[in-house]
Design a protein around this ligand. Structure first.
Ligand code: ADP
Length: 352
């Protein structure tokens, strides 16, 4: 049948058929079921099996426990984020649609001159929606979402990073269309390597870059750490800035409305927006969370017992609640850091 396409559509299977993975169970998994595997591993393998019950060729040389880890911890079969859940960032949404979502939806149109560029980098301060965008790509395009933090490859999976990367790309190639989101990609593709790392981290990096030719999508808070080779592969570099005033208002209103706690006037909202200049999306979320505790704290302060508290007696969240919380929840990104992002954006960002 016609194969479904991945993000780039030209996925190169990462597994060489002569892969020499001595000592693993691959030979035994190659068949259908294997009694030596535990139930959860079996279940993962079954999910990845075709209708014939055979494990796809690409996965046969991989260790079952790594496939299981990818399936359970990295793969998200139903990323439930849509564009409408993300405040602001209109420009980024438009670019990402053109570059990734539409090509996934209409590979027949995105051929030849329109074939999409390779490698998308989302960079900017933490907590601004980069991960949300990754999930929304998958959600909008009905793709499987794979999330991996690059720093876990070098810290948690010491010495096994390469194998896990192989498993990740292998499973993703069987679950197409797929979006692989690499968080903190700088820690993998960084130009500076500390003394402890040498050969193995260089190999991991090289392998990653090769596998990435077929897939894409990474995010970083430290774009300045990316070296030239990494930059070359991440051709589209989108700056994801702090939320503008309207986006901050949207996040605030949306979160409170969900809980039926929104009673602020537009003047009060304007004041909140002015006072939250420099707050990231996740700072805003933390602020709203803290402010929503205001009515509860007040009631408890009046000596009402938590067990006797009636939900309907609690007042809505007020501007004063926000003013109190602003003392507690401070912006997480410093003005200095912002300047660094903006400079990198000017120098390397895709401004169109
Ligand atoms: P990043 O990947 O850029 O570090 P995330 O996408 O993980 O940030 O965002 C963290 C949380 O902050 C999200 O789960 C969401 O609640 C909130 N958030 C951040 N940016 C936005 C945004 N633009 N719109 C709505 N919520 C946001």
């Amino acid at each position: 049948g016609v194969s479904r396409r991945g993000v780039r559509g030209n996925f190169v299977p990462p597994i060489k058929s002569n892969g020499n993975n001595a000592g693993n169970m691959s030979a035994r998994v190659a068949g259908k079921c294997d009694d030596s595997l535990d139930d959860s591993t079996k279940k993962c393998l079954e999910i990845l099996c075709g209708p014939d019950g055979e494990l796809p060729e690409k996965l046969r040389n991989l260790e079952p426990r790594l496939i299981e880890h990818v399936s359970n911890e990295i793969m998200d079969r139903d990323p439930n984020v849509r564009w409408d859940d993300i405040a602001g960032l209109e420009h980024a949404k438009k670019c990402v649609n053109e570059m990734v979502v539409y090509p996934l939806q209409r590979p027949d149109i995105f051929m030849g001159c329109r074939s999409p560029g390779r490698g998308l980098l989302l960079f900017g301060p933490p907590g601004t929606g980069k991960t949300m965008i990754g999930k929304a790509i998958a959600g909008e395009a009905k793709a499987t979402f794979f999330y991996i933090s690059a720093s876990s490859l070098t810290s948690k999976w010491i010495g096994e990073g390469e194998k896990l990367v192989r498993a990740l790309f292998g499973v993703a190639s069987c679950r197409q269309p797929a979006v692989i989101f690499v968080d903190e990609i700088d820690s993998l593709l960084s130009q500076r390597k500390s003394d402890g790392e040498h050969e193995s981290s260089r190999r991991l990096k090289t392998q990653f870059l090769i596998e990435m030719e077929g897939f894409d999508s990474g995010a970083t808070n430290r774009p300045q750490e990316l070296d030239e080779a990494a930059r070359r592969r991440l051709t589209k570099r989108l700056y994801i800035p702090l939320p503008c005033s309207e986006a901050r208002a949207w996040i605030t209103r949306n979160l409170l409305e969900k809980d039926g706690l929104f009673k602020l006037s537009s003047e009060e909202m304007d004041i909140i927006c002015k006072l939250t200049e420099g707050y990231s999306g996740s700072d805003m979320k933390n602020l709203v969370k803290d402010a929503s505790m205001g009515p509860l704290r007040e009631a408890l302060g009046q000596g009402i017992e938590i067990t006797k508290l009636k939900k309907e007696d609690m007042r809505p969240v007020t501007l004063q609640d926000f003013k109190n919380s602003l003392q507690e929840v401070r912006p997480s990104v410093s003005p200095n850091e912002l300047v660094t992002y903006e400079q990198w954006n000017k120098q390397f960002g895709s401004l169109s």
